[in-house]
Ligand binder design. Sequence first.
Ligand code: MG
Length: 165
Amino acid sequence: MPAPHQAATRVGIGYDSHRLVEPGPLLLGGVTIPYPRGLTGHSDADALAHAVIDALLGAAGLGNIGRLFPDTDEPWRGADSLALLAEAWRHVADAGWRLGNIDATIITEGPRLGAYLDPMATRIADVIGAEAARISVKAKTNEGMGFLGRGEGIAVLAVAALEGS
Ligand code: MG
């Protein structure tokens, strides 16, 4: 990936989903939410952190989370996804990019996340050294449709904008 052009702006999209299983709690954006079920996966399965990582890496043209942290790699088993986010951000920043903004939508039938959205944004902002105002985290249901509607899992969509220095 060549160095970013002067004043270039690029955007990236990230998507992630993980299965909900007993027991909880639920971890999203580094925030622990009391709930009888939590997300399962190779790492700590923090789908918000993973979607944000993919959005950032995509915007920088640096691939995706699976390329940076292969799930065949033992060190990433149970990994703290905010540590993965910090490492991914280091790659992006080292390539000369500054954060424009991140916007994410969590799709889940439960639990209600309203009280946790600002704390998630703050955690993400802290990890990448950005102002909290540059991070937006929202939540909505899937209107009862499909695997998300049945509560089998949680999905997250994220976009990130990066600015060249
Ligand atoms: Mg994931």
